[in-house]
Design a protein around this ligand. Structure first.
Ligand SMILES: C[S@@+](CC[C@H](N)C(=O)[O-])C[C@H]1O[C@@H](n2cnc3c(N)ncnc32)[C@H](O)[C@@H]1O
Length: 236
């Protein structure tokens, strides 16, 4: 079975699906390109896998959102953050990705807890289903925004974010920092510092916490990230 990125048939791709190939041109079919990343190898060997997504989890706790707050994870992939949030008692999670191949890993791990997670397969920069998503209390992004190197894609991403983050809500953006790698997963990335992320969000988002973080890949290599937590002002 091949990995089908057609939104009508998005559930046809399973984690055992070996039909997706990393040789797919990302400019032709970005979803299938990413699907190949998750199906060609064990996802635990991928260069962004975290056994525990501790820095993200710490920032979510720092925000002090309630356990039933709507927490949106953009480009969630196979992240174990969802498992950790469920273990911590959060009950209202949304996991998005451009392709179901990645999210199926989460579904398989969390089993019955799936009733606390809404899965939305959609493109963050060309959204359809995401437009129908309810407003969220917290938007979390780790290693997704930095793949949007074109201005128009960044604009589309932040347009959706502004539409969906509640006033008084939180935004966590964790991307490669200015000392970080220029490529990831075979794709070029745009690197950020706090000032650049603040400019992208605009002045109605106030910085609460930021830190640089050296992530150690399963291969032992280091990837340099900047982690940021912002709060959207109530008055905007
Ligand atoms: C480097 S991985 C990070 C995954 C996860 N956030 C984590 O920290 O483990 C990037 C993820 O973004 C997803 N992605 C890439 N472009 C996307 C888009 N336009 N819309 C939604 N997801 C996208 C990929 O499929 C992949 O799962």
């Amino acid at each position: 079975m091949s990995c089908n990125t057609n939104k009508e048939e998005q559930t046809s791709c399973s984690i055992t699906d070996k039909g997706c190939r990393t040789t797919v041109d990302p400019n032709e079919n970005l979803g299938e390109y990413w699907c190949g990343k998750y199906t060609d190898v064990d996802y635990k060997t991928l260069g962004w896998y975290e056994e525990i997504s501790k820095p993200s989890l710490d920032l979510i706790k720092e925000s002090n959102v309630s356990k039933n707050a709507v927490i949106f994870n953009s480009g969630a992939g196979a992240t174990t953050l969802i498992d950790s949030l469920l273990q911590e008692g959060y009950t209202n999670l949304i996991a998005n990705d451009i392709i179901s191949c990645a999210l199926n890993n989460i579904k398989n791990r969390i089993g019955k807890e799936q009733n606390k997670v809404q899965f939305i397969v959609d493109d963050l920069v060309n959204p359809t289903a995401l437009k129908e998503m309810p407003k969220v209390d917290l938007w979390n992004d780790r290693a997704v925004l930095h793949f949007f190197i074109e201005e128009k894609d960044q604009e589309a991403y932040f347009k959706l974010l502004h539409q969906k983050v509640k006033k008084g809500g939180f935004v966590i953006l964790s991307e490669f920092n200015l000392q970080g790698a220029t490529m990831c997963s075979g794709l070029p990335v745009k690197r950020y510092d706090v000032k650049m992320l603040q400019e992208k969000l605009g002045r109605d988002y106030k910085l609460i916490k930021e830190f640089n973080y050296d992530y150690t890949m399963p291969s032992g290599e280091i990837r340099k990230y900047v982690y940021t937590l912002f709060r959207r002002e109530q008055s905007y």
